[in-house]
Ligand binder design. Structure first.
Ligand SMILES: NC(=O)c1ccc[n+]([C@@H]2O[C@H](COP(=O)([O-])OP(=O)(O)OC[C@H]3O[C@@H](n4cnc5c(N)ncnc54)[C@H](OP(=O)(O)O)[C@@H]3O)[C@@H](O)[C@H]2O)c1
Length: 259
């Protein structure tokens, strides 16, 4: 049994990682900014409480991220965690497939975090995963009540169940540090139009959708599927199975804000 710290352990992915690690018998600490939400209160952005949470932890899963602020605080968050992780024998950083191919500000910040982890002395694994089913569900849920849902229907995705990613993380963190692990994607690459068809068959919404054209390099990259890894279609739960099981309300990510 090891002592494991999970940052982001209250999030969509992190809480599933916490479950997996506890099932495997680890003593799991969960860092959260909110008292009572985890086992340890702390703020990675300022560093408050981070050293206390990391002291004596031999495994660390770093799944915290501030998507609402487009990942801008993530760099300081990762620096603070690495500074506190000197006793860890393995730290796993959760990243995203294609961040080096898509010029999206959030991805640039994730890439900078990967670099910090790579340059550190902390033995580590970086795991890049594709978009979670939960994220696609959140996006569709957000527009499904509009009379005409504007969506980039020609974007490609390879959505994966956060539960499958959590299992992969638990397997990896129990093993030796790999540096960069093989990417991890869902079982199918589909356009958003195809994903929407499945969603609509189950929920009868949105009644109508219209393709919004997304110009520039970001639009081209998603149309091209630069965010996918078809050679690593290792997740097992399909989008159709996820929608049928419909745990949509469980996903709490909020849209980016500029502050
Ligand atoms: N969503 C996707 O489709 C997807 C795909 C591939 C990879 N990823 C990556 O997977 C990871 C988890 O994503 P997710 O969607 O599960 O995240 P999420 O649900 O948005 O959760 C974010 C987590 O970060 C924590 N956090 C944020 N700022 C913090 C701070 N200053 N101090 C301490 N904790 C902080 C939050 O904890 P509290 O609010 O409790 O403090 C929360 O647990 C991220 O690195 C993301 O980039 C996501």
């Amino acid at each position: 049994m090891s002592t494991a710290l999970v940052t982001g352990g209250t999030g969509a992915l992190g809480r599933l990682v916490v479950d997996r690690l506890r099932e495997r018998g680890h003593d799991v600490r969960v860092l959260s900014r909110r008292a009572g939400a985890g086992t340890h209160v702390g703020d990675l952005r300022t560093g408050a409480g981070v050293a206390e949470a990391a002291a004596g932890a031999d495994l660390i899963v770093h799944a915290a991220s501030d998507f609402r602020r487009v990942g801008r605080p993530d760099i300081a968050q990762t620096e603070h965690l690495l500074a506190a992780a000197t006793g860890a024998r393995h730290l796993l950083y959760v990243s995203i497939v294609g961040i080096d191919r898509i010029p999206f500000a959030y991805y640039r910040n994730k890439l900078a975090c990967e670099q910090l982890v790579t340059d550190s002395d902390v033995p580590h694994t970086i795991l890049r995963a594709t978009q979670f089913h939960e994220l696609i569900a959140f996006a569709l849920q957000t527009v499904e009540r509009l009379p005409l849902a504007p969506l980039p229907l020609d974007f490609r995705f390879q959505p994966v169940a956060a539960a499958d990613v959590a299992t992969r993380i638990a397997d990896l963190i129990d093993g030796e540090p790999l540096g960069r692990a093989p990417d991890f994607g869902g079982p199918e690459v589909q356009t958003l139009a195809q994903l929407l068809e499945v969603w609509r068959a189950s929920r009868a919404r949105p009644r109508r959708a219209i393709r919004i054209p997304v110009p520039g390099r970001i639009g081209r990259a998603y149309r091209n599927g630069d965010n996918t890894c078809p050679g690593h279609a290792d997740g097992t739960q399909t989008w159709q199975q996820f929608v049928a099981s419909a745990p949509v309300s469980a996903y709490t990510v909020k849209p980016p804000r500029t502050g």
